[in-house]
Design a protein around this ligand. Sequence first.
Ligand code: PNS
Length: 170
Amino acid sequence: MSKRRIAVYPGSFDPIHNGHLDIIHRCRPLFDEIIVAVLSNDEKQALFTVDERVAMIGEEIANCSECRVESFSGLLVDFADKVGAGTIVRGLRAVSDFEYEFQMALMNRRLNDHIDTVFLMPNEEYIYLSSRLVKEVFFMGGNLKGLVPPEVLDELLQAVDRRAAQRAGQ
Ligand code: PNS
């Protein structure tokens, strides 16, 4: 029996957007199993908790039988090793992403030479999209239709309500 091709698609996903979902979709013909891995030790500046991010992603990949979502802390290569993944997938949007991604890929390979990083390019319509811009545009009242799934838009609205309630309680 041939070895199962398992990929880890890591990130902060604060929140997941259509560019991320496009990359997951592109992974499907390439791998038998795709594990979306949410980094859990950067919660301080995040808008959503790790559990909220995992729940949102879980909802978005519910119709992908070979996909699942997990959170991880510590080194990515250790997580990949633990789940039996031979590949780390990263989306590459523009030349500006390259240097950071190149450094990470080479450091990860130095840490574990059995795990390679592959880069996939999202559809051109998402080439400028990032979670940071999603939050910025949302909080300034811009239209995010077609850039995040409707469920994520609902979660953003709820996050605003939570913030307002927290401020009122202060
Ligand atoms: O979506 P992001 O924030 O660009 O994702 C970055 C992520 C989570 C892939 C990266 O920060 C990471 O892998 N962190 C885990 C810690 C680690 O392994 N560091 C060494 C990588 S060079």
